[in-house]
Design a protein around this ligand. Structure first.
Ligand code: DAH
Length: 337
């Protein structure tokens, strides 16, 4: 066996050792029980006395060399794992979660309300938040002396006496009826503004959904039917509805509409003030004067209209007791919907 050749082989082999497993194979090949060194050692007894000492020494040197090479490689492989961690990623580590956003609860309720009316054939129309005094009041048969026209009930634009922030979504009735011909079935979602002091049930800005339907032979019973479908869709099929006579300048007759209290089911509790009923909207048959203002013949056409506060519907639906929660942007609240 040529010892010099073995040295060369070792040099070549050790270059290719890049893992602990490979190093173990290397060690076995040269230093194992059936390895090169063992084989060389087994030759020694067969040699003549003179040869034995010199050969034995060579084998020893080879053994030492191998131990040295293996030791060095071991050191190298031991530090490598650490440097590896530094440069590569730890696949077992939890990732950075992407927070998914969601629609604001008011947007969800607004969408739900519009979807219910969509299913009954109503289309969605929007109007501007800056409105003319005419559309917000006059066109809706609200007289000049009506208290809602006072500056403490409506935000007027300072340098434009005839412009204001709409105080309800009803002015879109005027806009849509002027632009389109009956039959009309429209819902109007949007923001409205009133100079109210902010408290648990008031906000200077809130949302309404207006609805109206104009055609020949529209009767109060049509209004009751449509609103009945709506109330059951939002609050459940067991909900009851009642119409109380009321006054609005733009409808005649007019009514305030209540649903049976969703908390006590009509028994009377603190939420409904022991009445068993909760007011949810105003409604009525469109006043002939409104039709005249927009150029629709009140002898040929009749129609109904209604308007509701979205915050109120959302608060009842989810049992929320403070309107300010909707506008504070507190994620602990918003994430619940
Ligand atoms: N505009 C009314 C308000 O803001 C709500 C309303 C009542 C709208 C009766 C209507 C209606 O269309 O018929 O208080």
């Amino acid at each position: 066996m040529d010892i010099e050749a073995i040295y060369l082989e070792i040099e070549a082999d050790i270059q290719n050792v890049n893992s602990r497993e490979a190093l173990e194979l290397f060690r076995l090949k040269y230093l194992g029980r059936k390895g090169a060194v063992a084989e060389l050692t087994s030759i020694i007894p067969t040699l003549s006395k003179e040869e034995r000492a010199a050969f034995g020494q060579k084998v020893n040197s080879l053994k030492n060399k191998l131990s040295e090479v293996v030791g060095e490689k071991e050191k190298l492989l031991n530090v490598q794992p650490e440097t590896k961690i530094k440069v590569s990623c730890d696949l077992g580590m939890p990732g950075i979660a992407q927070e998914l956003g969601q629609l604001h609860p008011l947007t969800q309720v607004l969408d739900e309300i519009c979807a219910i009316f969509n299913r009954m054939g109503f289309s969605v129309v929007e109007g501007p938040e800056i409105e003319t005094e005419y559309n917000n009041f006059t066109g809706l048969n609200i007289p000049l002396e009506h208290p809602s026209r006072e500056a403490f009930d409506t935000f007027y634009l300072k340098d434009y006496a005839k412009l204001l922030l709409r105080s309800h979504t009803s002015p879109v009735q005027v806009r849509a009826m002027k632009e389109r011909k009956p039959p009309l079935a429209i819902v109007v979602p949007g923001r409205v503004y009133r100079p109210d002091a902010v408290d648990a049930s008031h906000s200077f800005m809130f949302h309404q959904v207006e609805g109206f339907l104009v055609d020949e032979n529209i009767r109060f019973s049509d209004l009751k039917g449509v609103l009945g479908v709506f109330a059951k869709a939002v609050f459940g099929k067991d909900i009851k509805m009642r119409f109380r006579p009321h006054f609005f300048p733009f409808t005649e007759p007019s009514a305030e509409v209540d649903i049976s209290c969703i908390i006590c089911k009509g028994q009377g509790c603190s939420v409904c003030g022991k009445k068993g009923w909760l007011e949810i909207l105003g409604a009525g048959l469109i006043h002939p004067q409104v039709f005249k203002q927009v150029g629709i013949d009140p002898k040929k056409y009749t129609g109904f209209a209604f308007g509701m506060g979205v915050e109120r519907i959302a608060m009842l639906k989810y049992g929320i007791n403070d309107i300010r929660l909707f506008f504070e942007n507190d994620l602990r609240f918003l994430k619940q919907f």
